[in-house]
Design a protein around this ligand. Structure first.
Ligand SMILES: *Cc1c(COP(=O)(O)O)cnc(C)c1O
Length: 227
């Protein structure tokens, strides 16, 4: 069950920590808190909205689509998990897709977006750490992808998403987050409006904000553990 008061308190605490981290980091960026509601029911989305959170993240298209009709609050839905090409058509309605990880997926999304005559905001998921278990594009492949994406105008490349290794030390986390910041700068240099930097989860969001995150994706600190 979702405790609305507990969620409100947790959001207030996270916002205070984010604000302090913004000041420490000195990048001057705005930060959007994305409440990750995966595995929780529609009441988690309503609780987040009641706490002043307008952005929610889901990692599975199917789960999100099942939840959306049950939610009254006019939140923006972000898709943060790996997306299969055969689900591209169902994904183009999301406010932002954080997990663009291949040109083949870009093609599927572009075709689906064109068919619906809409533009989709996407973030390129970058695998900065090189961990085999993490999805994402290796930084070395970004320039070619950035170039190819210019030919897919129904996709608006808004920035970069990354996931840091779980439980890594501060030095590693800063290197990963700094690498993602560099990747977003590379996309901007290549002519994309890449002003979004989605990084930081419950265990590492303060460091991520210090390193310039514009979007933090928080699940367990807001709603408790999912297990
Ligand atoms: C589940 C998930 C999160 C949130 O994780 P917490 O540690 O619970 O904050 C963030 N990003 C992605 C991609 C996720 O799948």
């Amino acid at each position: 069950m979702v405790d609305v008061t507990a969620v409100r308190d947790a959001v207030a605490e996270a916002r205070a920590r984010i604000e302090a981290a913004q000041a420490r980091g000195g990048h001057g960026q705005p930060v959007t808190l994305v409440a990750v509601t995966k595995t929780h029911g529609p009441e988690a989305v309503e609780a987040a909205w009641a706490a002043g959170v307008a952005d929610v993240g889901e990692n599975r298209v199917q789960e999100a689509l099942a939840k959306q009709p049950l939610v009254q609050a006019p939140v923006r839905w972000h898709l943060i998990g790996h997306l299969q090409r055969n689900k591209a058509r169902q994904a183009v309605g999301f406010a932002c897709i954080h997990s663009l990880d291949s040109l083949r997926l870009a093609d599927a999304l572009h075709e689906a977006a064109q068919r619906e005559q809409r533009t989709v905001d996407v973030l390129v998921q970058v695998n900065v750490s090189g961990e085999a278990s993490k999805g994402g594009v290796p930084p070395g492949e970004l320039p070619a992808l950035a170039e190819a994406l210019h030919a897919r105008p129904a996709l608006r490349v808004r920035g970069v998403m990354t996931m840091a290794p779980f439980g890594a030390d501060e030095r590693t986390l800063r290197a990963v987050f700094g690498g993602a910041r560099g990747a977003a700068a590379g996309l901007r240099a290549a002519g994309h409006p890449a002003d979004h930097l989605s990084m930081g989860m419950s265990g590492d969001y303060e460091l991520a904000v210090e390193e310039g995150a514009t979007h933090v994706r928080l699940g367990s600190v807001l709603f408790g553990s999912r297990t």
